[in-house]
Ligand binder design. Structure first.
Ligand code: PAF
Length: 283
């Protein structure tokens, strides 16, 4: 695996691959890699000649200084995990290398997608994500880029950015990877206390029950039911639960045939904020 922390060297390396007609699959990450990331890399590996992974904890997408400071950084272990999946290139730039001395986001419009769910609770988050993903795409110039569906809103926003800015890259969404007990894999899971880790699978259990009952219960009934579930669960604090249309991410009040819906949830387990979502079927 080749490792670069400087844009110029990475660009030269990619240019050489491109001159040799190699296709590039890209998996951007913030490190603290887990099986979910590795599954994206394996997918990228199947469909591209070369796989580039980036590890960069992007400061402009954090709305909470403590979350940024405490975000797990495990580069040595990450490198060990990347070898067996045959990652070809790892890019680990510094904050200066990406932002120079201006650690600020570009302002984006994602046609309203950015105002839903996470956008309501994480000020500026999606401008930060848009800024870094666009910058990384410019450096890596991938043919395809891979993102997990755990951050489903992020995935839709990146697709929108690619479409609006006419970027020449195909965005591939990949299913959520879960622990055996159902908890969606996330780098933040390592920061859960033992008791919060034990209770955290309750989030996915709740989503599965919503999925089961979606055909027979109304959206209002399901919203109320979920809120009550969390009222009875003192270790978990519900931030939002929303059933939304997949494409627009607008909150659904009623169900309309032929539309695709997902349930989205954000929960605090102590200090750690966890998100998850599930595809719903209309009958
Ligand atoms: O999903 C993530 O890990 C990050 O938001 C991303 C896409 C790598 C941008 O920093």
């Amino acid at each position: 695996m080749k490792i670069f922390n400087n844009k110029k060297d990475l660009k030269d390396c990619i240019l050489e691959y491109k001159l040799n007609k190699k296709t590039i699959g890209f998996v951007p990450t913030m490190g603290a890699l887990h099986q979910g990331h590795l599954s994206l890399i394996q997918k990228a590996k199947k469909k591209n000649d070369i796989v580039v992974v980036s590890i960069f904890v992007n400061p402009t997408q954090f709305d909470n200084a403590e979350d940024l400071e405490k975000y797990p950084k495990t580069l040595e272990n990450d490198c060990k995990l990347l070898e067996p999946v045959a990652c070809d290139v790892l890019f680990t730039p510094s904050v200066d290398e990406i932002y120079d001395d201006k650690i600020i986001s570009e302002k984006f419009s994602f046609d309203g997608l950015e105002h839903q769910m996470e956008g309501k609770f994480r000020d500026g988050h999606f401008d930060g994500v848009g800024t870094i993903v666009k910058t990384l795409f410019e450096i890596v110039t991938p043919n395809k880029a891979y993102f997990g569906e755990k951050d489903f809103q992020q995935l839709q926003i990146i697709k929108k950015m690619v479409q609006k800015h006419q970027l020449d890259v195909k965005i591939k969404g990949c299913p959520i990877f879960r622990e055996e007990d159902g908890l969606a894999m996330s780098s933040r899971n390592t920061r859960l206390t033992k008791e919060h880790r034990e209770i955290a699978p309750f989030i996915y259990k709740t989503l599965k029950k919503v999925k089961k009952n979606f055909g027979t219960k109304s959206v209002i009934e399901l919203n109320e039911w979920v809120e009550n579930q969390f009222k009875n669960q003192p270790l978990l604090e519900l931030e939002y639960f929303t059933i939304a249309e997949e494409k627009t991410l607008e909150t659904a009040e009623t169900k309309i045939d032929n539309k695709k819906y997902r349930a989205f949830i954000a929960v605090f387990a102590g200090e750690i904020r966890l998100i998850d979502n599930i595809r719903l079927k209309n009958n």
